[in-house]
Design a protein around this ligand. Structure first.
Ligand code: MSP
Length: 511
């Protein structure tokens, strides 16, 4: 094994069903997890759901069920989506797990014992939607911004966690670790947010107001603020066979939860407990629908990923989101874009290459891969065997740019399709004097398919497997750095072609 790799995603609130934004983040993480596995790393991949807090309590109340019953149902929904999308996490995190609750209480107790948490009466404004106290400074043009929802005036004693004593240390960490936050422009935003002294963080909620949470170990009249509870999940489930794995190599989050949750609270909690910080925080942008953010609070913009998975298959959605979004920026979803990628890149380009190659091997060589050892190779043959695509792919993944990784692979698919056009095996098949040339072309094309099945396996695991089945190869996943043209497939009998991305004439599901 080439070492271990530990990555996490944000855990989703279960107050409503998952949408495209949630699906994207999980697919993105799964892509990196599968890639790391293919370079022989032992991967710990955590994802899951955030089940406590006011929003969940309110949603449960509205449905007239207990919060736990509500959370169980919704968690199952998220889990089914992950399964359908091939998101193969090591563990599905739930914050209602007893092990997690015990760790949250342990952290709180330790911070309390160290004097980092203190009790204080506070009078001020409270945002019901954000579940936090807000101050005059948060007003925009004299009014509370929309994101705060209803803001009420309240007076209550609570427990606070001191952030300010760690601000300089955090600034230093950001300065010294320029790659801690990816992409770089997010790092600047965080530096900006740390320019001013940090207010203490209220980490408790009185049970009288919010019962659905983890009771504080030192005061049972309070439950833990949902963010303090949720962030701890990364630690609670960070173990393999009972052994702690720390720190995470990669934590994937959306841009709305960098400041302050993952960029301020989280590193300071880790500092205070003398734990190492994650190596990278990867911050992605938002999916929008005709320009509007896809969010559960905007029913009109909502995109449910499930109908797309059912109609087009999981890899179509995986390919679309990974290919269309430039990691870090926002991207817009539309049925037209989806259809274009599906019919074009997947159907016409990849699907067609696989289908025509396999069909030709059946038509001209009775389904057996020809032997071309020692035969003359032309420049175009050599170009098809080049390692350039694998190099480009690996570089793009290392730079957290899946869209470029897929672009490189699809340029290779285009090259292979062009190779078929230019070498015209369907013409050579009619001329017996060209038998050796045809052997080279068909042999190389089958090897190209095998190579593609390896290159696409992190992004399109189901399709990779289908190609391997059609070629009658041993099941994947396969090591990426094993020489992709190493073993010749000569004499190997392949299976029948099956369309990978059947053309669908009807329109995609209405959004
Ligand atoms: N529960 C918190 C996270 C706690 S992590 C310790 C939360 N949940 S969420 O359900 O609101 O969001 C979960 C993730 O989905 C976040 O990373 C968020 O940025 C992401 N997305 C939510 N809407 C999104 C889009 N429209 N597009 C892409 N991702 C977005 O925040």
């Amino acid at each position: 094994m080439a070492g271990s790799y530990f990555l996490t995603t944000a855990i989703d609130y279960v107050n409503s069903a998952p949408h495209l934004g949630h699906a994207y983040e999980k697919v993105l993480a799964d892509f990196f997890a599968r890639h790391e596995k293919s370079i022989d790393r032992d991967v710990l991949f955590l994802t899951g759901v955030d089940e406590h807090g006011q929003k969940v309590q309110q949603s449960a109340l509205a449905k007239g069920v207990e919060p736990q019953t509500f959370a169980d149902e919704m968690s199952a929904h998220f889990q089914r989506l992950h399964h359908g999308l091939g998101v193969a996490s090591s563990h599905f995190v739930r914050t209602t797990a007893e092990t997690h609750k015990a760790i949250v209480r342990d952290w709180l107790q330790r911070l309390h014992d160290k004097g980092e948490i203190f009790f204080q009466e506070h009078e001020g404004f409270y945002s019901v939607r954000q579940e936090q106290f807000v101050t005059e400074k948060d007003k925009v043009d004299g009014a509370w911004p929309e994101i705060f929802g209803e803001v009420i005036e309240t007076k209550e004693p609570n427990y606070y966690f001191r952030l300010e004593p760690y601000r300089q240390r955090l600034l230093k960490h950001i300065e010294e670790n320029p790659e801690w936050i990816v992409p770089a422009f997010r790092r600047k935003e965080l530096l900006g947010a740390l320019a001013e002294p940090l207010a203490d963080l209220c980490i408790s909620r009185p049970k009288s107001r919010l019962a659905w949470g983890i009771p504080l170990p030192f005061d049972e009249n309070y439950v833990t603020y949902v963010w303090f509870d949720a962030l701890v999940n990364y630690f609670s489930f960070a173990s393999v066979k009972g052994q702690l794995v720390w720190p995470p190599d990669l934590q994937i989050i959306g841009k709305d939860i960098l400041i302050p949750a993952h960029g301020v609270y989280w590193p300071i909690m880790l500092f205070a407990l003398e734990l190492e910080l994650p190596r990278h925080l990867l911050v992605h942008g938002f999916w929008t629908n005709s320009g509007a953010k896809i969010s559960k609070s905007n029913a009109k913009s909502l995109i449910d990923p499930v109908p797309y998975v059912e109609k087009f298959g999981p890899d179509a959605l995986r390919y679309f989101v990974l290919r269309e979004m430039v990691l870090g920026q926002d991207a817009d979803f539309s049925d037209e874009r989806f259809e274009t990628r599906y019919n074009g890149d997947l159907g016409k380009k990849l699907g067609n290459l696989v289908q025509r190659t396999i069909s030709m091997v059946h038509s001209y060589r009775a389904g057996v891969v020809p032997n071309y050892d020692g035969f003359h190779l032309t420049e175009v043959d050599a170009a098809l065997r080049s390692d350039v695509v694998a190099e480009q792919y690996k570089r793009a993944v290392a730079e957290f740019a899946p869209h470029l990784a897929l672009q490189a692979i699809w340029e290779f698919v285009a090259q292979a399709n062009l190779y078929v056009e230019e070498t015209a095996p369907f013409k050579l098949a009619k001329d017996p004097t060209q038998a050796k040339r045809l052997d080279v072309i068909l042999g190389l094309l089958v090897e190209t398919l095998r190579r593609l099945s390896v290159l696409i396996q992190a992004a399109l695991p189901f399709t990779a497997e289908k190609i391997r089945v059609q070629l009658q190869l041993s099941p994947g996943p396969v090591r990426l750095d094993e020489s992709l043209f190493g073993t010749s497939l000569r004499g190997h009998a392949i299976g029948k072609p099956e369309p990978l991305f059947p053309r669908l004439e009807e329109k995609p599901p209405a959004s």
